[in-house]
Design a protein around this ligand. Sequence first.
Ligand SMILES: *Cc1c(COP(=O)(O)O)cnc(C)c1O
Length: 445
Amino acid sequence: MGSELALLGGPKAVQSDPGDIFRWPIVTKEVEDAVLEVLRAGKMSGLDVTEEFEKEFAEWLGVKYALGHNTGTAALHSAMFGIGIGHGDEIICPSITYWASCLQVFSLGGTVVFADIDPDTLCIDPKDIEQRITPRTKAIMVVHYLGMPADMDAIMKIAEEHDLKVIEDVSHAHGALYKGRKVGTFGDAAGFSLMSGKSMPCGEGGIMTTNDKRIYERAIAFGHYARHNQLTLEDLKAGAGLPWGGYKYRMNQLTSAMCRIQLRYYPKLMEEIDRAMNYFWDLLEGVPGIRSHRPPKGSGTTKGGWYAPHGIYRSEELGGLSIHRFCEAVRAEGAPCTPGCNRALHLHPVFNTIDIYRQGKPTRIANSPPGVDVRQPPGSLPVSEGIQERVFSVPWFKHYRPEIIEEYAEAFRKVAENYEELLPGDVKKGGPLGGWGMTRMISHP
Ligand SMILES: *Cc1c(COP(=O)(O)O)cnc(C)c1O
């Protein structure tokens, strides 16, 4: 009898045309009209549309202030400045994230200390935060990674006990709930990416949110000189007219126009994505070697728009089958599957050896007191360093179409259940895993 597996000559699990189930972003006529209106009026650099969007976004999230930015990177940079990070300060950030969760801290004269992640949530491990705290620690950067809300109860408790600020990077988790409450509302400030690959895709853009007037106004002072007439705090008004950071972070109104439409339809879309993705994982419940990366049902915790969904891989349940071979076989079935995720930042030369500002030392330690070296060599964050072999991307369904989803789930089930046939040809190698950016890795053909 021949093999069932497509990689070994069997029929593919995925036979149907997926149609637009993966298409992203969804650009409707309404989006086109909104963008064209701004374009035709020549209002790309104005503020009126952006301010409308900010108001609507703040209301949707349930916070007082929202400030539009030209990227999520800029929004997080402003949040860092907003909470007062400056020379010699340290932030604690998970090593497994996109670089824009922390790299901007260098330009503020600060540095980053990485914490390990939890192998199941893939978010910062609260148990690893405390030992990273020093007298110089100013803030914890929380990333709700791949849509999964981080353990905010534990993190906020640590922050309170040590008098630390908290910034939430919500670039993967727009609309996700932690115990019934939207992520991005727990910390002192939050930053969201709105670039086209993310779950609220609006072009290139970002937004910073806070309930704190001083943080909000400091962010305006930092990168929004054209809005300095909105400053009310006297010490900030004294420096009005020029952006303190030397940055210009204004949002393009082609983006804010698109954002307004996206936001209006987002709750409904999110609900459909959530239903589709949970259906996919329900079909794979109990299959050996693979686990969903999602919150427990009934916990009130959700994944929002499920940006870049991944699964957890346990090769020990599949006779040691390598993740390369596993994904290769899934792809042969017709389903997208890439091993790995964002690479561990603490191992990159920019965080170890590069002297960006010619201070005569690696930038990572250039502003630390003499004798203090916060760099973290290989071996120091074991979960982060081993995670590439333990996660794989899964299809990101934007619509609930059970027949299609079933075929894709079958691709994963078939490979996992027939793993023994794959062991003989497993060379356990396939190049370095993961990448420094995620959006290209997860895009579907
Ligand atoms: C995408 C992303 C950002 C930055 O957003 P941009 O809009 O691309 O600048 C920040 N943090 C994380 C975790 C991201 O994935």
